[in-house]
Design a protein around this ligand. Structure first.
Ligand code: PHE
Length: 338
């Protein structure tokens, strides 16, 4: 029996388990009821008493070895089986769609406007959204207690600091630091203390433009804006200027374009006037040039400012301003671009 045990021990050790089926073959050969080890246990019953201790211990050892080898093999194959399942690729499944983001409509319009003015030699500039009184009001010819300060309901942070109410504050910053001639386009977010509705929000976006040089005239302003509007909305759009008032421009005007929806015939978008107001503009007031250290005797300039939301509303037929800011993916997805 001793030799038999040795032989079985060797067999157990040299049994190769390389495939899943061999795990079961191993169990049948050694561990099953009719397996070889059980045979030995049968034989053990008739072993003389004085040898029982030694052979019994050996027999148990060999059985344990076989048991361990089987269990290890089993868990190893379980793993690889699971692993295989994970790596399996089902080629018949429909492909998952990649989600590609899109630019926000306001960014699209902003970029388009900047590109048009770039062609005319305007450079890009920007300024802070938290602005002091000087740059937002005083340097733009709004004296303290001037009624024009009431034109805009402002978010004040302190007596002297506020969230800018228009991008005209960037004009001042540029005039202060750049030598003339200046030709710049300045987009940015502005804030006004307004109730939120389909037509108004407490923040929105503007694009400001200025051109200062010797002998800049109102004709230059008109021609620049004509060009801009035709580039943006096409050759068929009509343009008109209406006299207006801004503290920082003199003369001042508002520019209207013929209604894009009814082509000037009159509809509810243009309130049956056939015209849509699109921007404010004018010749920079000599006081404003002086406040920033530019000699108004030598230089003149024009400025204009427009709301990006408004242009995007006209371009894309957006009816409610709030849709720009709610980040509804169904709205944003419509603006997929390259
Ligand atoms: N800042 C003005 C506004 O917010 C627009 C404007 C800019 C008008 C430049 C004239 C010149 O309404």
């Amino acid at each position: 029996m001793r030799e038999q045990l040795e032989k079985i021990k060797e067999q157990i050790e040299s049994f190769e388990i390389k495939q899943n089926e061999q795990v079961e073959a191993f169990r049948l050969k050694f561990l099953a009821k009719k397996g070889e080890l059980n045979d030995l246990f049968e034989q053990f019953k008739s072993v003389p008493v004085e040898m029982k201790k030694e052979l019994g211990a050996k027999l148990n050892q060999v059985k344990q070895k076989a048991q361990e080898k089987w269990e290890n093999a089993q868990s190893q194959f379980e793993h690889t089986q699971l692993g295989n399942k994970k790596n399996e690729i089902d080629l018949s499944l429909p492909a998952e769609e990649d989600f590609i983001g899109s630019r926000h409509p306001l960014t699209l319009v902003e970029n388009e406007v900047i590109e048009i003015f770039k062609k005319l030699g305007f450079v890009y500039s920007e300024g802070p959204e938290i602005e002091d009184d000087w740059h937002n009001f005083s340097a733009l010819n709004f004296p303290a207690n001037h009624p024009a300060r009431d034109m805009q309901d402002t978010f004040f942070i302190s007596e002297d600091i506020a969230l800018r109410t228009h991008t005209s504050s960037v004009q001042v910053r540029l005039m202060e630091k750049q030598p003339v001639p200046i030709r710049a386009i300045m987009p940015g977010r502005v804030y006004r203390n307004e109730a939120i509705s389909a037509r108004a929000n407490c923040f929105f976006h503007q694009i400001e433009g200025i051109y200062i040089d010797e002998k800049v005239s109102f004709a230059d302003l008109k021609q620049t804006l004509y060009y801009f509007i035709q580039e943006l909305f096409g050759q068929d759009v009509q343009v008109r200027f209406r006299p207006s008032y801004f503290p920082f421009t003199e003369p001042s005007a508002e520019m209207d374009i013929s209604c894009l929806l009814c082509k000037g015939k009159g509809c509810n978008v243009c309130k049956y006037t056939g015209w849509l107001e699109i921007l404010g503009c004018g010749m920079i007031d000599p006081n404003v040039l002086k406040a920033s250290g530019i000699d108004p005797e030598k230089y003149s300039g024009f400025a204009f400012g427009m709301g990006i939301e408004r242009i995007a509303m006209l371009k894309y037929g957006v009816k409610d301003l709030r849709t720009y800011f709610t980040n509804d993916i169904r709205f944003l997805e419509q603006f997929k671009s390259e």
